[in-house]
Write a protein that binds this ligand. Structure first.
Ligand code: ADE
Length: 235
């Protein structure tokens, strides 16, 4: 997967991708990231990319021309163009996995100020929001998208790490523990120390259902529960 990120804050994007798992995925050529400074695509003096809105209203608006020129500079026939905006489709794990499978080149445009000239949408394939709140800019949203897609790309993380991921099968992950076995009187569940693989698996399966029921009951569709899951929840 190649990501081309169009932004007013290239350093913010650069700083994140130079760390951790994303950095490793880059080094192993499992992904490529191209950062495009929107200001390089203006034809105006002083690197101007925004202006006052017609009709009045507070705040500056990103102009259509620099964005379209930046898109056209990197777009190929295999590109999918995403705009980060609170007005977009809410980003979810299922979308992250779908994007990882479906696309080979994502162009992500980060918004700022009061938004974009509406005509930008004529050059965009999909508007994406990372949740019902308003950020000061789209960089964090772009990084959320890049990060969640990247960990769904084969070989980026160990296969078994995401087999049990939260949101797989509409369930949250089971709780995990590491050393020490006891911390201020709070103990790791005995079964996890037992070495009994079948019991450990049973514990994890049960905990996934219980955890989801406690924390995110909205994810559970009672009609879809199997008999075993119903018993765990006394349904
Ligand atoms: N830009 C500002 N707020 C946003 C949000 N919630 N999601 C995506 N992009 C945004």
């Amino acid at each position: 997967m190649k990501y081309s990120i169009i932004t007013l804050f290239p350093k913010t994007i650069q700083a994140y991708i130079e760390e951790s798992i994303i950095k490793k995925a880059l080094e192993r050529n499992l992904i490529a990231v191209e950062i495009i400074d929107l200001r390089d695509y203006t034809t105006l003096a002083h690197n101007q990319v925004d202006d006052y809105q017609f009709g009045g209203g507070k705040g500056m608006v990103l102009m259509v021309e620099p964005i379209v020129r930046a898109i056209e500079a990197v777009k190929t026939k295999n590109s999918w163009v995403v705009l980060t905006t609170p007005q977009g489709q809410t980003w979810q794990q299922t979308l992250a996995k779908q994007f990882a499978k479906q696309y080979e080149h994502l162009i992500i445009i980060c918004g700022h100020y009061e938004g974009f000239d509406e005509r930008v949408l004529e050059y965009v394939d999909q508007e994406v929001s990372i949740g019902d709140y308003v950020l000061t800019g789209g960089e964090i949203a772009a990084l959320v998208i890049v990060d969640s897609i990247t960990r769904s790309i084969p070989h980026v993380i160990k296969e078994e790490s995401f087999a049990q991921d939260s949101f797989e099968n509409n369930l949250l992950d089971y709780p995990v523990y590491t050393k020490p076995v006891e911390f201020r009187g709070s103990k790791v569940p005995d079964v996890l120390l037992s070495g009994h693989h079948a019991n450990i698996q049973k514990f994890k399966d049960e905990q996934q259902v219980i955890n989801t029921w406690k924390k995110r009951p909205d994810l559970i569709d009672e009609k879809q529960l199997n008999q075993y899951q119903k018993e765990i929840l006394n349904k």
